[in-house]
Design a protein around this ligand. Structure first.
Ligand SMILES: NC(=O)c1ccc[n+]([C@@H]2O[C@H](COP(=O)([O-])OP(=O)(O)OC[C@H]3O[C@@H](n4cnc5c(N)ncnc54)[C@H](OP(=O)(O)O)[C@@H]3O)[C@@H](O)[C@H]2O)c1
Length: 246
C-alpha cells in the first residue's frame, strides 16, 4: 500500500484531500499543529479506513517539534512515496504594522519546513525510492496582489516555486514528479476573518461567480497522485474559476 505524508491534515483542504485518498486505499500519515483539530477530522472518517491512518502532531514554528517529526518518520515510516503539503497560514495584519518576527513565522510554516521535509524525503537512499510525487498547495496570490492579506503570504507561496523547479530539473529523470496546485478562493476556515463586504466583492470578481470547494482541490490532487498524470511535472496548476489567467 502506497504511503502518503499529508501536512495540514486538520485543515479544510488537507482534510478533504486526506479523506479522498484514504477512500482510494492509500495509507496516510497526517501532520498538523494540534491534535484537537485533527480529532474533528477523525470524527468524519468512516471507521473502516482508520486503520490506514497515522498522525504526528508538529508545530512548524517549534524546532524541537520539527526534529521530533523527522525522528518519528524515520522510526516508523521510512517508505513514504508521496508528500502533499497542505499546511499553511495567512496574515491578515496590516503590512505597515507587522514585525519581522511575524514574517518569520509565516515563512517557517508555508515555505521553510515544507522545504526541510522535501530535503528529508529526498535524502533517503535513492535505490529504495521507487515512486515519488510531491504536491504543494500554493496560491494564485503568489502571482497577484492579495486584496485581503499581508504580502508575506504571497512571498511565502512564491518562494516554494524555485524548490519545485529544482526538484523537477534534478529528479524527474527517476520518474518522480513535483507540482504546485495553485488555488483561488476555496471555502475554508482561512476566510473566516475576511469582512463580508470584501468577500462578496471577491466573489463578484471571479469569472465563475463562485468560490471553489475543498473537494475541487481533493479531486485535482488525487489526479496528480495517480499515474495518469505522470507526465505533468514542475507545473503550477491553476484551480480558480478563472480568477487568474496565465
Ligand atoms: N482556502 C483557500 O482559499 C486557499 C487558497 C489558496 C491556497 N490555499 C492554501 O491551501 C493550504 C490549506 O489551506 P486551508 O484553507 O485548508 O487552511 P486551514 O483550514 O486554515 O488549514 C491549515 C492547516 O495548516 C496547519 N498549520 C497551521 N499552523 C501550523 C503550524 N505552526 N505547524 C504545523 N501546521 C500548521 C493547521 O493545523 P491546525 O488545524 O492544528 O491549526 C491546518 O491543518 C494552505 O497552504 C493555504 O495557503 C488555501
Amino acid at each position: 500500500m502506497k504511503k502518503i505524508l499529508i501536512t495540514g491534515i486538520s485543515g479544510s483542504l488537507g482534510s478533504a484531500v486526506a479523506k479522498k485518498l484514504l477512500y482510494q486505499n492509500y495509507f496516510i500519515i497526517g501532520v498538523s499543529k494540534s491534535k484537537k483539530n485533527y480529532k474533528k477530522f477523525l470524527s468524519k472518517i468512516q471507521n473502516k479506513y482508520k486503520k490506514n491512518l497515522d498522525y504526528i502532531e508538529c508545530n512548524f514554528n517549534n524546532n524541537s517539534s520539527v526534529d521530533m517529526l523527522f525522528k518519528k518518520l524515520s522510526n516508523k515510516h521510512r517508505n513514504i512515496n508521496y508528500f502533499i503539503n497542505c499546511a499553511g497560514v495567512i496574515s491578515r495584519k496590516n503590512f505597515l504594522k507587522e514585525k519581522i518576527q511575524d514574517w518569520e513565522k509565516i515563512l517557517k510554516i508555508n515555505t521553510l519546513v515544507p522545504m526541510q521535509i522535501s530535503q528529508y524525503l529526498l535524502n533517503r537512499p535513492k535505490n529504495k525510492l521507487s515512486d515519488l510525487k510531491f504536491i504543494f498547495l500554493g496560491s494564485q496570490m503568489s502571482r497577484l496582489n492579495h486584496p485581503a492579506a499581508s504580502p508575506i503570504y504571497s512571498v511565502s507561496k512564491a518562494a516554494i516555486q524555485p524548490l519545485i523547479r529544482y526538484c523537477t530539473s534534478n529528479y524527474a529523470k527517476h520518474g518522480w514528479t513535483f507540482n504546485n496546485v495553485s488555488p483561488g478562493t476555496i471555502k475554508s476556515r482561512m476566510q473566516k476573518n475576511i469582512k463580508k463586504t470584501k468577500f462578496i466583492k471577491m466573489i463578484k470578481n471571479i469569472p465563475s461567480k463562485k468560490i471553489g470547494k475543498p473537494e475541487d482541490v481533493a479531486n485535482l490532487v488525487a489526479f496528480l497522485i495517480n499515474e495518469q498524470s505522470n507526465y505533468i511535472n514542475g507545473s503550477i496548476i491553476n484551480l480558480n474559476g478563472g480568477s487568474y489567467l496565465d
